[in-house]
Design a protein around this ligand. Structure first.
Ligand SMILES: [Zn+2]
Length: 298
């Protein structure tokens, strides 16, 4: 009896110390930190914060509307365990006009997207995030985000915005992708969702709609761009074959993506040059006629 009691006491002691340990560990998610802990978190992160950027849009007939948001938040959560940075709350106010004809899509005006993103990074900076990594999880943001980063030179600021685009996910080796298109809700995206939120994947419905390329603008010369190109090719907002999705591919891709994010955070923490150059640039931009025009050195 007393031995059982001892074992029980030991069990609860272990349980209490485990939960104390968990409480002492600083969460990475902004919304899970207390005010006083937020100060510690920013110090621990050396002023480096992540803004995982998703979207709300249809993802074939079988994946949830929040696929990109769920995926990118999963990847940043894991990356912060490898290289600590504070993670901004769920953000999905991006470019998705091309899916407005599909149910559930949330597409804000371009002006609002840019203004909201600017005010968000301003607020992050005001709260100590002087190095902001936008981790993109949505293909439709791939033009928006470099434009946003470039526009940071328009006026003086005391922080740097970095962008890790979709292409920043590494892909060397690993399981082969069988899906020839695989551009949206296809094999790759279905696979990563099988890792991030398998309970939300409806594999049995992946073939309910077609993800085939309808090539309805193929008569146009190749180097022309027009906004309707995506709808012309993929009116179901589905490109590829999600039924090919599998956990092995998802695990590999997710691991690569997480490593790329962690590497970016590490590189950003070590970067002492960008802000210095930005300051020099803003100073010169106030009186460009005084900017040195040195002759080439012989
Ligand atoms: Zn997606």
């Amino acid at each position: 009896m007393s031995r059982a009691k001892n074992v029980l006491t030991l069990f609860f002691a272990v349980l209490v110390s485990a939960s104390l340990f968990a409480q002492n560990e600083l969460p990475a998610r902004w919304e899970e930190l207390t005010g006083p802990d937020f100060v510690k978190a920013i110090q621990k992160a050396q002023g480096t914060c992540m803004l995982p950027f998703g979207i709300i849009e249809k993802h074939g007939p079988h994946l949830p509307l929040g696929t990109d948001l769920i995926d990118v938040r999963y990847a940043t959560d894991q990356a912060a365990k490898q290289e600590y940075a504070v993670i901004f709350p769920p953000y999905y106010f991006g470019q998705i006009f091309e899916a407005r004809h599909q149910p559930g899509t949330v597409a804000y005006s371009l002006q609002l997207q840019l203004q909201l993103l600017q005010e968000t990074t301003n607020e992050m900076s005001r709260n100590g995030c002087k190095k902001i990594l936008i981790v993109n999880g949505h293909g439709g943001n791939e033009s928006l985000l470099p434009l946003f980063a470039q526009s940071q030179l328009a006026s003086k600021r005391d922080y740097v915005v970095y962008v890790l685009g979709i292409g920043g996910r590494r892909r060397e080796g690993g399981p082969a992708v069988r899906d020839k298109l695989d551009m949206h809700a296809g094999e790759s995206e279905t696979s990563t969702m099988l890792i991030a939120a398998p309970n939300l994947v409806h594999m049995d419905r992946a073939k309910d709609q077609s993800g085939a390329d309808q090539a309805r603008l193929s008569a146009l010369p190749e180097n022309l761009y027009t906004g309707i190109w995506w709808y012309a090719r993929f009116p179901n907002h589905y490109s590829g074959d999600g039924s090919l999705g599998n956990r092995a591919l998802g695990e590999f891709d997710m691991k690569q993506w997480i490593a790329a994010i962690a590497d970016s955070v590490k590189g950003i923490k070590a970067d002492q040059t960008s802000l210095k150059l930005q300051n020099e640039f803003f100073e010169q931009a106030e009186h460009p006629l005084d900017t040195p025009q040195p002759l080439p050195t012989k």
